[in-house]
Design a protein around this ligand. Structure first.
Ligand SMILES: Cc1ncc(C[n+]2csc(CCOP(=O)(O)OP(=O)(O)O)c2C)c(N)n1
Ligand SMILES: [Mg+2]
Length: 337
C-alpha cells in the first residue's frame, strides 16, 4: 500500500508539472502536452488504495473525475493510462477520453467526468456477478458532493433490494468544487444514508489507509460472501484546488493547512516505523516508484497523437451520415430487441 501511495502522489506531482507546460502565463486549458481539465487526487490516496488492495482483477471498479489513485491501486496499466492523459493514440481510450475517461477492461476499471455516473454500472457489474454465480464484487467511488444525485440513490436501492455484491465508497473531502458540504448536504455523516436503504454504513474519520483497509475488508468480505451491499464514507482531504488552475479564493487558509497536516502518507510512514520498517526500505520503495512514474511519463510523451480522422471511431453505433464510411453494426431503429 505504501508503494501505491507514493506512486500516486508522485504521479500527480509530475502530471502537475507537465500540465502547466505551455499553459502559462495566461492559463489556457487547451495548450501544452496535457489537454483539457486535470483534477488531482493528492490527499485522497488512503481511500482508493485502502479499498482496492482487497480487489482482484475480475472485480469491477468505477471511479469519478478524480481517478488516478484508484486506477493505480486497481492495477490499470500505467503506460496506457499516462498516454491517455496526454491525449495519445496508444492511450487506454485511444487518446480521446483524457484523464476523466480511463478504461481498462483487463482489470475492469472505468471512470467518468459525470458525477455519480459510476454507480449504475457498478450495480450492473454486481448483478452480472450474482447471476453468473461468481464471487466477484463491484466498487463504485464517488465524491460527497455527488450523494444527492438520483443515480447514486437509485443504485443504493437496487443494490439493496437485489442483495448485490456492491460497495459504494464516498470520498468525503468536504468540498464540491467551491461548495462546502455543510451548505448542501444532510446529514453530515453520509454513511447514515445507508439506513434508508437497509444496508450497513461505515464511516472512517481519519486519513488512515490502515483504518480504510479494515473497513473495506468488512464491506468487501460481506459482498463476496453473498451478503449484499455496504456504504462506506471515507474522510479524505483535497490538498490541491478542485482542478488545476483553480485559484481557491473561496477556501479558508486553515482548511488548506488542515489538508496538508492530515497527510495519509506521513501517517502510514509513522505506522511502518513503529512496526520496525527501516527508513532505507521506505526510501528504496519510493525511489523505485518514482522511476516507474518517470518512465511512464517519458514513454507517453513520445507516443503519437491520434489521427483527427479517427475522431468518430468508437463514438457512435450508428454514426450520423457523412461522418464515417463504416457500416452501422446494429439497426437501432427496428427489430424486436
Ligand atoms: C451530473 C454532473 N453535474 C455537475 C457536474 C460538474 N461537477 C464536476 S465535479 C463537481 C463536484 C464534485 O464534488 P465531489 O463529488 O465532492 O467530488 P470532488 O471533486 O470533491 O472529489 C461538479 C458539480 C458534473 N461533472 N456532473
Ligand atoms: Mg468532494
Amino acid at each position: 500500500m505504501y508503494e501505491d501511495m507514493v506512486t500516486a502522489r508522485y504521479y500527480e506531482e509530475r502530471l502537475q508539472e507537465e500540465y502547466l507546460v505551455g499553459k502559462q502565463p495566461a492559463f489556457d486549458i487547451s495548450a501544452g502536452p496535457i489537454p483539457g481539465e486535470l483534477h488531482l487526487a493528492a490527499g485522497h490516496e488512503a481511500s482508493g488504495i485502502g479499498v482496492c488492495h482487497h480487489l482482484r482483477d475480475d472485480d469491477a471498479v468505477t471511479a469519478p473525475h478524480r481517478p488516478h489513485h484508484i486506477a493505480i491501486a486497481k492495477g490499470v496499466d500505467l503506460d496506457r493510462m499516462t498516454a491517455e492523459i496526454f491525449g495519445r493514440e496508444t492511450g487506454c481510450s485511444s487518446g480521446k477520453g483524457g484523464h476523466m475517461h480511463l478504461f481498462d477492461p483487463d482489470v475492469k476499471f472505468a471512470c467518468s467526468g459525470i458525477i455519480a455516473q459510476g454507480c449504475p454500472p457498478a450495480v450492473g457489474a454486481g448483478m452480472a456477478a450474482k447471476k453468473r454465480g461468481k464471487d466477484s464484487v463491484a466498487v463504485a467511488f464517488l465524491g460527497e458532493g455527488a450523494i444527492s444525485q438520483g443515480a447514486f440513490l437509485e443504485s443504493l436501492n437496487l443494490a439493496s433490494v437485489h442483495d448485490l455484491p456492491v460497495v459504494f465508497v464516498i470520498e468525503d473531502n468536504d468540498w464540491a468544487i467551491s461548495m462546502p458540504k455543510e451548505r448542501v448536504t444532510t446529514p453530515l455523516d453520509g454513511s447514515r444514508r445507508a439506513d434508508g436503504f437497509d444496508m450497513p454504513g461505515i464511516r472512517v474519520d481519519e486519513d488512515d489507509v490502515i483504518a480504510v483497509y479494515g473497513a473495506a475488508d468488512e464491506a468487501i468480505g460481506r459482498a463476496r460472501d453473498g451478503n449484499g451491499p455496504t456504504l462506506l464514507e471515507l474522510q479524505v482531504h483535497r490538498r490541491m484546488g478542485h482542478f488545476m488552475g483553480d485559484p481557491e479564493t473561496y477556501r479558508p487558509e486553515e482548511d488548506q493547512e488542515l489538508a496538508a497536516k492530515r497527510d495519509s502518507i506521513e501517517r502510514l510512514k509513522e505506522e511502518l516505523r513503529a512496526h520496525g520498517v527501516e527508513e532505507e526500505t521506505m526510501e528504496s520503495i519510493k525511489t523505485a516508484a518514482h522511476e516507474r512514474v518517470d518512465e511512464a511519463i517519458e514513454w507517453a510523451k513520445e507516443q503519437p497523437e491520434p489521427d483527427p480522422e479517427a475522431a468518430y471511431e468508437d463514438a457512435f453505433v450508428n454514426p450520423p451520415s457523412g461522418v464515417t464510411d463504416t457500416e452501422p453494426e446494429f439497426d437501432l431503429a427496428g427489430g424486436d430487441d
